[in-house]
Design a protein around this ligand. Structure first.
Ligand SMILES: Nc1ncnc2c1ncn2[C@@H]1O[C@H](COP(=O)(O)OP(=O)(O)O)[C@@H](O)[C@H]1O
Ligand SMILES: [Mg+2]
Length: 302
């Protein structure tokens, strides 16, 4: 079964102008259970709006969203129990202590009372925040507040964790902690959806991605397949001796030669058979997610 099934979802916002603004436009994609899926797109693409609809905070104007087969609009309470959501903006209950905040959320998400204390300690230890148990939320640093928000989202061991730009503006060490946590939770079976501006992060963490721009899906699928589709499909090589008869299709590019690739194995064999020991270096190109992203969104504001 799919953890998430989004079908033809649209969200419009009223504007002072005549036409409403379409923030999410006929979006469809699915996430298989147990996967880490990246939702990528430039600022204003519609990522957070989509997440707020998955987490039943806003209703779609059209389309359906199923979490573990349950409709978000028909069974919002059931869906909320299955989800852990870390929103993009930091929202913490400033006047309360870390322990009080987490106690409240553990109750709200149905963690049995006798387990709450131990579970809170476990999560805070993992997030390196256990020393702050009795501190007021308002006195935490930005990075600590973000960790508190993650703690709130994972207390009830959700089946499906959604993180909206969890690593934007955090330092390298916290970023790595968050990655490690995402990997561990996923290894334990949690399905993960996260949005990010760091394309390297998506390359590190996820198997599949959905790329959206101006509210529309512009690419969706396995990261490997997308990279392959966008790789230049060319083999580049250098020769020791350049004054030799060339194989059909070979062109000179600077000091390199380029050969259009259709089948890596077969084409490599053709080249090495033709040039034999004359080949100094040889490589095939694979596009980085960053190149793909820029090409597809035509947007340098990543
Ligand atoms: N409540 C709202 N009212 C009007 N416009 C909104 C509202 N929420 C988001 N938008 C607009 O929808 C677009 C998508 O926003 P958002 O989902 O936050 O993008 P992202 O998270 O990808 O940066 C933006 O142009 C934003 O200004
Ligand atoms: Mg956003």
């Amino acid at each position: 079964m799919h953890s998430l099934e989004i079908t033809n979802v649209t969200k419009k916002f009223e504007t002072p102008k005549k036409d409403p603004f379409i923030a999410v436009n006929d979006v469809s994609f699915t996430i298989e259970q147990g996967k880490i899926h990246g939702l990528l797109g430039p600022n204003g693409a519609g990522k957070s709006t989509l997440i707020s609809m998955i987490s039943a905070m806003q209703r779609p104007d059209a389309g359906t969203i199923l979490v573990d087969g349950a409709s978000v609009t028909e069974h919002p309470t059931e869906v909320k129990q299955m989800l852990g959501v870390v929103p993009q903006e930091i929202v913490v209950e400033m006047a309360f202590t870390v322990e009080e905040v987490l106690y409240y959320f553990a109750g709200m998400y149905g963690v049995p009372e006798h387990e709450r204390g131990a579970r809170i300690r476990e999560v805070l230890t993992e997030l390196d925040l256990i020393d702050k148990l009795k501190d007021r939320a308002r006195n935490l640093s930005g990075g600590m507040k973000r960790r508190l928000m993650i703690a709130k989202a994972i207390l009830h061991k959700p089946k499906f964790l959604i993180l909206d730009e969890p690593t934007a503006g955090v330092d390298v060490s916290l970023r790595q902690k968050i990655w490690a946590l995402v990997r561990r939770l996923n290894a334990e079976g949690t399905t993960i959806l996260f949005t990010t501006h760091y394309l390297e992060e998506a390359e590190q963490l996820c198997e599949s991605i959905t790329l959206i721009d101006h509210g529309r899906v512009i690419k969706n699928g396995k990261l490997k397949d997308i990279q392959q589709e966008f790789s230049k499909n060319a083999i580049h090589f250098e020769l020791f001796d350049r004054c030799v008869p060339h194989l059909d299709g070979v062109t000179e590019v600077g000091s390199d030669y380029e050969f259009p690739m259709t089948d890596l194995g077969r084409d490599m064999t053709a080249l090495t058979t033709h040039y034999k020991g004359n080949i100094k270096t040889i490589r095939s190109e694979s596009a980085s997610l960053e190149q793909i992203f820029l090409k597809l969104t035509n947007n340098s504001n990543v």
